[in-house]
Design a protein around this ligand. Sequence first.
Ligand SMILES: [Zn+2]
Length: 159
Amino acid sequence: MTDEEAADGTADADGMDAARREFLAGDRPDDILIYLREDGIADPAELAELGERTDDGVVLVLPGPEGRQAFESATGLDPMSFAGTAMDTDGHVHRDATGGDCPEGDGPEHGARFVFAFAEAQNEDVGGKYGEGDVVHAYAACDCGATYSEKWVVESKTE
Ligand SMILES: [Zn+2]
C-alpha cells in the first residue's frame, strides 16, 4: 500500500478499502467485485473514481447489474459467459482478488489481467462448502489466454 492510499482515509492496515474488505468477508452477496489491471483498461484514473486504486490496477465493488455492465464495457466480455468458461479450469485466485496463479505456468507471461468475483451467503441446506460459511467465487483471466477459477469459504469472522 502507498502513503497516498493511507492518507485518503479509505485504506486500512491490510491495504484494502472497506468495500473490498466487506465483499471478501461475504458481507456483500448482492455485489460483484471486478479487478482490472491498469494496462488492460483505457482510463484507469476514471475507473478508479468508481472504485479502489491498487498498485497495478483498479478494484470495483458494484451492485450486480452495474458490476456486470462495468465488466463488459472494460473487457468486452459478458461476465457470465466468461465465468462459465473459467469455471472449467481450477486455479488459484489470490484472496485479495487482485491476482492469481495460472494453472498453465508462472512467470511474467502469466499475470492476471482481470478477475471477476461474487459472493454467496452461507447455505446450510445445500451443505458441503456452502454450509461452512459464505463462499466467494472468483474467475481470472491470464495474459497467456488461459482462464481459471477458484471458490473458497470465507474465513470465520474475527469480530
Ligand atoms: Zn497463464
